[in-house]
Design a protein around this ligand. Sequence first.
Ligand code: 4AD
Ligand code: MG
Length: 430
Amino acid sequence: MKTTIAEVHKHVNETVTIGAWLHNKRSSGKIAFLQLRDGTGFIQGVVVKSVVGENLFEQAKHLGQESSLYVTGEIVKDERSPLGFEMQVSGYEIIQEAEDYPITPKEHGTEFLMDHRHLWLRSKKQHAIMKIRNEIIRSTFEFFNDNGYVKIDPPILTGASAEGTTELFHTKYFDEDAYLSQSGQLYLEAAAMALGKVFSFGPTFRAEKSKTRRHLIEFWMIEPEMAFMDHDDSLVVQENYVEHIVQSVLKNCDIELDTLERDKEQLKKIKAPFPRITYDEAIEFLKKEGFDDIDWGDDFGAPHETAIAEAHDQPVFITHFPTEIKAFYMQPDPNNEKVALCADLIAPEGYGEIIGGSERIHDYELMKQRYKEHGLEGPAYEWYLELRKYGSVPHSGFGLGLERTVAWISGTEHIRETIPFPRLLNRLYP
Ligand code: 4AD
Ligand code: MG
């Protein structure tokens, strides 16, 4: 009977066949241990010479890494393995024999691995990161579907910029100019006025000349947008959502977290509500900590975010940033027009900003004034202004960067390993 590694627990003491790749192997005189992987997991196959015969045994000892096989054998309990089971191999059939697989169990440099990303994805660590990424996506859909949100797909090709004009990817759209979407937000605001609570999950693009461990050129964002919700209401959604995805990964990705040697105690602590500090308090804190390179009106860099994060063991909201360093659409604080009703959520352990969000301006005249200040004149922005004309209501939303969130939850140092095929400043291959 054919099965998968993820399903072997249903076949204890039964003989099954698994389609698999040879991940690694070792052998001694009469016994060979094959580390097998099939995409759903990893299992050890034990090949004993007296069971499979001289020929198969010798062949097993010399099989190349990543050879593809159908392996047949009995599933037995094995408490020492992470899976809890191993296979007593009774026979196998080679599908394709691989030779000279470039990624061997020895250490390789990062550039080499990145050049072989199409193969590197097969490694145990990369496999674990992709499984955690998938669990975050799965639990994201679960959270928003369970809370009455409608999934909306904003366009990728756009005529307007959502997050400033300096980081836009330009392309021709027949005779017009178009840009790859930096954020679906403006379209989601339109959708929220039609459907109340909406969310999107899609690729976004930033032609950013940043070469840091937190920046991708192409990344995936989850963007909820809610009619009749103010800034404070939005923070509650954000902390409940982040708690949900962290707890879902803990529940459903135990093997993967162990593979990555992630400190699970850090994750177990992640429970709403999260602390909130204002931008003013953050500046004051940083000055006290000895940062003399930051003043009111400056944006935070990675070292600042890390210092703030280290003072908390939960993700922390920094709220009320100066209006002048934030996007044109943010609602000013009625008590202090110099700051916006917005927040960035900073992940613990130095992973930086994972969410940016705000209440949106819903007053027609104020939005018109912002258009002037930001030079947003032109037909591409007309429709967005028009939303403020017909039954405009207070509304809020936010964007969670998937890859930064995967990096944090999986404990992966660099964002390039959190997406199957990263697009980086110097990399479009593979
Ligand atoms: O803070 P940002 O730029 O916010 C927006 O785009 C809003 N329009 C979202 C909204 O309110 N609907 O980006 C949101 C998040 C960041 O907090 C970060 O996690 C991620 O997107 N992000 C990046 N991730 C990887 N590489 C980059 N270059 C990123 N830029 C932003
Ligand atoms: Mg931001």
